[in-house]
Ligand binder design. Sequence first.
Ligand code: PHE
Length: 446
Amino acid sequence: MDPEGREQWNSQLGFILATVGSAVGLGNVWRFPTVVVQRGGGAFLIVYMAVVLAVGIPLMMAELAMGRRSRKGVVGAFRILGRADRWGALGLIGALAVFMILAYYAVIAGWTFLYTILGLSGQISGLTVEALADLFDSITGGVLPLYGQAVFLIAACSIVYFGVTSGIERWGKILTPGIVFLLLLLLGRVLLLEGGPAGAWWFLRPDFSRLSFPVVLDAVGQVFFSFSLGMGAVLTYGSYLNRQDSIPRSSLIIGFFDVAIAVLAGLVVTGALFAFGIEPEVGFGLVFVALPAVFNTLPAAAFWGSAFFLALSFAALTSVISFLEVLVAMLMEEMRWTRPAAVLTIGVATFIAGIPAALSGGLWAHVQLWGLDIMGFVDAVASNIALPLSGIATVVFVGWVWGIRRARSEVSPEDGTFPLAGAWSIIIRYIAPLALTYVMIRSFLL
Ligand code: PHE
């Protein structure tokens, strides 16, 4: 607890593991490997690292500083640091983006949970690619996703219910290392496959001819989503951060682990697929059909399949926890609700909001909005519009409203300086707003 009675992380390690848990999610496993392979492998990875250093880490520092200075979540931070209630409205964009993404993210998380159970009970092993594709269609086409979504939300809500240290931090310390352990185990197995090492090399093999300016922007979008930026998740976790902990150092460590775990997932996914001559493609087919088919060819198929889905469920769970905490903290601060009331309300509201997405593969598959099914539509609006918009709002706010000097003195409370502080200011004030605006405009043109 700090003097104002707000909870604080018990340890810097706990904070880092919880934030890495938020960052490492479904995005790392099903999107990152494909994005990398299609955009030049190792060549894209170099660009990606550069974007991490130039945009990802600086933005993470800005959000952590906003949270720690204001000791508030997403709406309160804008209100207090802007010294006027009206700025709170900017935070609402982030809250809205969080809610929209959470609603369908929890549905997909529910699928990973269902598949973990199917894997453990041996019901996936032995199935061919065609049978797995049918299985996926019949599961997502029915009402089972509603159960998966419900169980997943109950698990995540129970953890958030216990609060920052006894809930989020405690579970982050178990789940985040759990993801790394499972992925390392899977990587070990994949590298033993004939063709596995060559497949993993495919992921790293640099193809510079695929690089272009739009590819750099793709990297910005991917870093942004993967680092959980622009939705107040990092900001909210920063509001529980101790004054003694270094923001630049923590951001570097968190960024490093997010990239490292994404690369680990990339090696597992491409290694496994290429060993069987399959090109990775973004989306559900990769995770729920192609990879289980590969694991099915191994001895002890049920074990490897379950290990993979368990890793995915853990990754989704720590991310869902951080989504929930953004909204729970907001209700507790702005409406003076108790934590249990806030958790219950958000949990139920998320479940209800996710129903259309849960049914979009089946009962409501005929509902089309601008040529997309419900899940695709919500994803497009949230990721292409709401998310960059709230990201732009955050950097412009830090750079111009709260003020870059004040922000810097929170990033480094002792003397207001840190390595590359000048470059950081330029990134926050000019480069990040321009890059994010560009990403958003481009998503309209495509
Ligand atoms: N970073 C998570 C992922 O890669 C998603 C996420 C975004 C989680 C924003 C929380 C907040 O899947």
